[in-house]
Design a protein. Sequence first.
Length: 254
Amino acid sequence: MRINGALAAIMIMLLLSQQAHAYFNATYLNTTVLFNTSTSAHVVETLEIFVSNSSESQYLQDRGAINLSVAGWENALGITLLQQHIYKATISNFTLLPGPLVDTNPKGGYAFMTFSYIAYNVISVQNIAPRRFEYTFNNQAFNFEHAASGQVLPSYARLNILLPKGSEVVNVYPLPDYPSQNFLGNYTNATTFSWYAGEPLSNFAFSYIIQESPTQEVGTYFTQVYDSYGSLIYIGLVILIVVIALYAYVKLFR
């Protein structure tokens, strides 16, 4: 009986030991911001998570759950990094995709959580010349870690900015880790910029210029007209259709 009791105690200790080593740990964050020709940006973030052996079944079970929310994943994983790191006022089109679990070593494996969204009002636009527009990123939209000097890119994170083709970078600080400046001291034809771990973000600055073609200028003009007078245009079209229908009716039955 004493032997059975000792064995039971050992089994309980082993189980408790396995549970104590059951954990999820966020190991890397990759934030990619795709700028365009508006005040919004498309953001794609990928969070790498280490999953211990004793937690693999829980991750697989949670991944198979339907409509498990961000809050649900945060509670399940005990991780607070499942949040928008580019955020100013509003977002839309938020999606969260938990990736498959990949075993890499005897202690556990890795999985990637990818979330995508549109962040609004993170860029300001100024018309500086005919068909030339300067776009400036608002660094108040950052939502990273805070240090004594302000926000800092964490040691486990990377920030990427992707620009539309043909963009002309006019201001960037701090200098990106990639790419390097050319011999003229600028970034001609570069459309991808990256900052690695530890970069201070409190004084972050990024501006670029886009030169519109005549066709784009015409399209932009009509888009602005529609945005400003869309409801009036719609009402006018309805009235026109009604008038044409009445005229046809009168001509037909007169």
